[in-house]
Structures are given as structure tokens and as C-alpha cells.
Design a binder for this molecule. Structure first.
Ligand code: URA
Length: 270
């Protein structure tokens, strides 16, 4: 531990060497963060940074030599907001979330990936960072890098608006698979309402991430593997998860590699 170690992520700027990485890939799941840094094809692990609180972080290199951090956000926006804040304190300027998601449109199939261009943000943590009306918009340049990567790999991909909510069960209108059968009236029918508005999918972190991107002046983007089809049922399809997550990781790594650092200049952030 160094004396600039940040309390939650468990490492500091002095752990990152003379040319600290500007990009982080952020996964909810610590095992995904580990996999990206240690097993993903073409990625070279430099060092394990921390396993503090299960917020596993790694310093690694992309195939083109660009250094990046693979970090864990934990589940949900409150945890993510702490990790993002501390990553910015160690010098990170672009954050790509690599997550999982439930589709709410019939044409967005399990096994595909969704690139979020903006989030419908229904998250309490975001309200501590900016007014509710503040846009939850992804960085267009980092998002384009994701789209280009998805096209290059011929992935089954979609781009659109994501509903980013605080709870997996109540907030995503799960009742059958939930311990809580007393779904609030305000949430009954919310999925159909979002579907009619053209929202593609549910997940739990991008809205707050994007609002932080705007307020902190950093580039943020999100790609999610579709592991549940909410037009058919409530449960994630574990058999299809691995392939979809592998595609999302591959696309995120390629986007991190090809993202033009020119777009990290402050003039592109406002
Ligand atoms: N993550 C979510 O937030 N919802 C899903 O349905 C699947 C993964």
C-alpha cells in the first residue's frame, strides 16, 4: 500500500507508473474485471492493483501497447459512483462500462450486445451528482469507437437508449422471480411504457456513469451483453451469457484500443 492509496479502490496514482493509463474498463463483476486483464486475447497483465472490498483492479496493456485499468464497479450506481470518483483521482479520463443487461424489445435477442447512446436515468446516486434533468448522455466519440468495433467483429449489436435503474427486481418490474410480490403501482406496467418509448434494455449503472462523465469532464460509454429477454420472461439465460459477455469484452477492448486520444482533450468534453 502506498501513501496515496485511495480508500475504496485500494491503489493510488503512484501505483500506476510514470505514464498512468487514461482509460479504464469498468465491470460490475470482479471476475469479469480479472478475466479482462488476465485472460482476454491480446491483453498483457502488468500487475494486480488491488482486491480491496472485492473491487478488484488490474493494470494491463491492450494489443497496441496502450495501458489501461480493468476495474470493478460493484453492483449498482452508489458503488459505481465511488469507484468512478476515485479512478478520476488517479488520472483516468475515459471509462467504458462492460456490463450485462435485460432486453425489453423483441428484436434485441439474448446473446447480442447493446451500446447505450443515452440513459433514462432512474437512479438515486445520480441525484447527488447533478439535477434530475441533467442529461445522461454517453460520450459520442467513445460510443462511435464501440460501434466501429462491433461492426468490425460482425457482432449482433444494437445502439439506443437504456433504462438505468437502481434495482434488479422491483425497478425492472420483476415480480414472479422476486421475493417481493407487492410491486408498487408506479412500477406496474413500466416495462411496456419504456418499450413503447423505444428503450432497448435495462441495466443498473450507465445513467449515473454518464451524468458523472458530464460533471467530471471525462468520456464515458457503455456496452452490455444481453442475458435476459424481458419480452419472454424474467430470468437471465446463463447458457447464453458467456458468448454475449465475451463479445461485449472484445468490443470494449477494441474500442479502448482505437479511441483517438485527441478526444480526451478538454475541448471535446463540454
Ligand atoms: N442486468 C440487469 O440489470 N438486468 C437484467 O435483466 C440482466 C442483467
Amino acid at each position: 500500500m502506498t501513501n496515496d492509496t485511495l480508500y475504496h479502490i485500494g491503489f493510488g496514482a503512484s501505483d500506476l507508473g510514470a505514464s498512468p493509463p487514461l482509460i479504464a474498463l469498468l465491470s460490475g463483476d470482479p471476475e469479469r474485471a480479472r478475466h479482462i486483464a488476465q485472460d482476454a486475447p491480446g491483453v498483457t497483465l502488468e500487475k494486480n492493483l488491488s482486491e480491496n472490498r472485492g473491487l478488484n483492479s488490474y493494470l494491463a496493456r491492450l494489443p497496441n501497447g496502450r495501458r489501461f485499468i480493468s476495474a470493478t464497479s460493484g453492483m449498482g450506481a452508489p458503488s459505481l459512483s465511488i469507484v468512478v470518483n476515485e479512478l478520476v483521482q488517479v488520472g483516468v479520463r475515459a471509462i467504458l462500462r462492460v456490463g450485462t443487461s435485460g432486453a425489453i424489445q423483441a428484436d434485441v435477442k439474448i446473446g447480442s450486445i447493446v451500446i447505450t447512446r443515452a440513459a433514462l436515468c432512474r437512479q438515486g446516486a445520480a441525484d447527488d451528482i447533478a439535477p434530475r434533468e441533467y442529461p445522461a448522455a454517453a460520450n459520442p466519440f467513445l460510443t462511435l469507437a464501440l460501434v466501429n468495433a462491433a461492426r468490425e467483429f460482425n457482432t449482433d449489436w444494437h445502439i439506443g437508449v437504456t433504462a438505468s435503474v437502481d434495482t434488479f427486481f422491483e425497478g425492472q418490474e420483476r415480480a414472479e422471480s422476486s421475493a417481493n410480490k407487492a410491486l408498487l403501482r408506479a412500477l406496474r406496467g413500466v416495462t411496456a411504457e419504456y418499450r413503447a418509448l423505444g428503450v432497448l434494455n435495462y441495466e443498473m449503472e450507465s445513467g449515473t456513469l454518464f451524468k458523472m462523465g458530464g460533471v467530471y469532464n471525462i468520456a464515458t460509454a457503455c456496452v452490455c451483453a444481453v442475458i435476459a429477454d424481458r419480452t419472454q420472461g424474467e430470468n437471465p439465460d446463463l447458457a447464453a451469457k458467456d458468448r454475449a459477455v465475451r463479445d461485449a469484452i472484445r468490443v470494449a477492448l477494441r474500442a479502448a484500443e482505437t479511441f483517438d486520444e485527441e478526444y480526451m482533450q478538454p475541448r471535446y468534453w463540454r
